[in-house]
Design a protein around this ligand. Structure first.
Ligand SMILES: [Zn+2]
Length: 255
């Protein structure tokens, strides 16, 4: 390099630049070539495909516009979304619900309701009164619970999501989840202190016989704060699929 006079160096460098630009241009043309060929073939297939030709008159064939890009096949169906640890659930059809309180205020899916009533009877027989506080909830009820309480308590969405699911993401939409209290200690309703009640001990020992389980035990994989009062029914095909399919999808999508 040092042997070449400066003026010449400049030109030889700029010539080299031009040449490399040409090479690049040729390479990109060659690179685009197969795409153009593929695109052209795709276009020809569309044109010659019998579905695009009109059967009434062969002379007035309408061409569909050329595709702007080669369509990409979606590799897998969309996984269920999860928002701040919560999984998405569909709202149960109202016709499938059955009341578990005499005023009809708390409702569950038919099988869950029957099993809850059986469980409540068995507990009462042993002197434990299980109070259903909340069962099925519509998306708009959850909307109120989530956003209104968030405002009242000055919480941000992630703080709120630790204690309550955002609308569309509550197990209560399914009609399989129920918040249970101890009628003898209403002060412990929806509080961690429910864990100290006889109702909770009874549930821990007996709920599984009626196909109820805790949704959010301590250190659950969803990262939802421990809710000793929130139980869900998993005693039939539909409820099992609802909860375990959602959970498996969440695990595979987070891997
Ligand atoms: Zn709940």
């Amino acid at each position: 390099m040092n042997d070449i006079p400066e003026a010449l160096r400049e030109t030889s460098i700029s010539q080299a630049k031009i040449q490399s630009k040409r090479r690049l241009l040729m390479r990109s043309i060659l690179g685009i070539g197969p795409i153009l060929i593929l695109g052209g073939a795709f276009f020809m297939r569309l044109v010659s495909s019998p579905s695009t030709t009109s059967s009434s008159s062969a002379t007035s064939v309408k061409l569909s516009p050329a595709p702007k890009s080669i369509p990409v096949v979606n590799p897998s169906p969309e996984p269920l979304e999860n928002v701040l640890g919560h999984l998405e659930y569909k709202q149960a059809p109202i016709s499938k619900l059955k009341a578990i309180t005499s005023d009809g205020r708390v409702r569950l899916r038919h099988n869950a309701a029957e099993q809850f009533i059986e469980m409540q009877k068995a507990a009462r027989y042993q002197g434990v009164i299980l109070t259903p506080i909340s069962g099925f909830r519509t998306v708009s009820e959850q909307n109120y619970l989530f956003f209104e309480i968030q405002r009242q308590r000055n919480q941000n969405p992630s703080e709120r999501a630790e204690v309550s699911a955002p609308p569309n993401y509550s197990e209560h939409h399914t009609g399989y989840a129920v918040d249970i209290g101890d009628a003898k200690t209403p002060a412990t309703h929806l509080s961690h202190d429910f864990e100290k009640t006889v109702a909770f001990s009874w549930l821990k020992n007996n709920a599984a016989k009626y196909s109820f389980e805790l949704s959010f035990p301590p250190d659950n994989h969803q990262g939802i704060s421990y809710e000793p009062w929130h139980w869900r029914y998993v005693g039939d095909q539909e409820s099992l699929e609802t909860f375990y399919r959602a959970r498996n999808l969440q695990q595979t999508s987070s891997n």
